[in-house]
Write a protein that binds this ligand. Structure first.
Ligand SMILES: Cc1cc2nc3c(=O)[nH]c(=O)nc-3n(C[C@H](O)[C@H](O)[C@H](O)COP(=O)(O)OP(=O)(O)OC[C@H]3O[C@@H](n4cnc5c(N)ncnc54)[C@H](O)[C@@H]3O)c2cc1C
Length: 291
């Protein structure tokens, strides 16, 4: 039987209230969003917070997708299902729709949140790579105000973030850019499973050239952003040669480990192949945006 250690429970009524509870609870307080990562960890005693701060009542305040000031803004408590069903996201950022379709199953997507997914910092989690390639900025709120960080600055290691004790993620901001196309490709063992390997890609076309490009990898170790692959795209023509070069660099620079999902060699092969596929798909979408 899986039973968590004893804990205190508080239901936050606002962001300010959640932050006050975090401050009074200290390092042993944890936020509860959808609970699909934290509760299993508590049952297995991999996590044993003394105070659980339930954010569910903040679903209206922090559950939204809207466009403002040239950005698509996604509240941290937006559920996976709401992102998947957002016409605004579908029209702008195919990479999120591709990734969300492949996350777990409808039961998990009905409760799990984008903020919880990013803050869980699981190396096999799909949304971080999607956020990275579209240049998402993350709004972190503390009692003294807000700060904004890049996707790269959020994770300090597996299951670790740079969010401080009395802070929380409140919003994800994605810049809207003309001519951009993005896509996500994932290989998993069976429907609903975590990735063996996955790749997010985005290209912004301008007059037959890739004005900016980005590749990010999931579940293959190393930094989420494949920097040399991204650099190889920028300024190059959107050709098979360019994609092959970026895919080779992405595969070279990742650091996969052999585990029950596959060998390191197989995962490196997937990093190459999935980068190619994601770039082709992102480019096809960018061409539609341009025309
Ligand atoms: C069977 C199963 C299969 C899954 N498959 C996949 C998959 O294929 N791909 C994938 O990407 N994910 C997968 N997931 C994970 C799923 O996406 C979770 O919903 C997600 O990882 C966590 O979101 P949550 O809202 O449930 O967060 P919670 O479990 O509530 O919280 C996770 C962590 O984030 C912290 N946190 C939550 N919100 C905030 C915030 N606003 N600010 C700061 N910290 C916060 C919590 O304190 C906790 O440490 C799977 C989960 C399950 C149960």
């Amino acid at each position: 039987m899986q039973i968590p250690a004893a804990f205190e429970y508080e239901r936050a009524t606002s962001v300010e209230h959640a932050l006050e509870l975090l401050r009074s609870g200290g390092p042993d307080a944890r936020l509860l969003a959808g609970g699909h990562s934290l509760l299993p960890m508590m049952k297995l005693r991999l996590a044993a917070p003394e105070l659980l701060i339930d954010l569910d009542a903040l679903s209206d305040e922090l559950g939204y997708v809207r466009e403002a000031d040239g950005e698509v803004r996604i509240g941290a408590l937006t559920r996976h299902r709401e992102i998947l069903e957002s016409a605004l996201i579908a029209a702008r950022f195919g990479v999120f729709i591709d990734a969300e379709k492949l996350i777990a199953d409808p039961v998990v997507r009905n409760r799990g949140t984008i903020g919880g997914a990013l803050c869980q910092a699981d190396p096999a989690e799909d949304i971080s790579a999607a956020c990275a390639v579209v240049g998402a900025r993350l709004v972190i709120q503390g009692l003294d105000g807000q700060r904004t960080i890049s996707m790269r600055e959020l994770h300090s290691g597996p299951y670790e973030t740079t969010i401080r004790d009395a802070e929380m993620l409140v919003e994800i901001r994605v810049p809207v850019q003309p001519g951009i196309g993005s896509a996500y490709e994932k290989v998993k063992r069976r429907v609903g499973d975590w990735a063996i390997a996955a790749v997010a890609a985005a290209v912004r076309l301008d007059g037959g050239t890739i004005a900016s490009g980005a590749v990010a990898l999931t579940a293959v170790g190393g930094d989420v952003t494949a920097q040399r692959a991204s650099d190889a795209l920028t300024g190059a023509p959107p050709s098979e040669e360019t994609f092959a070069q970026a895919a080779r660099l992405a595969a070279e620079d990742c650091a996969p480990q052999t585990d029950q999902r596959g060998s390191a060699e197989y995962k490196r092969h997937l990093a190459n192949e999935l980068t190619l596929r994601a770039l082709r798909s992102a480019t096809a979408r960018a061409l539609r945006e341009e025309s």
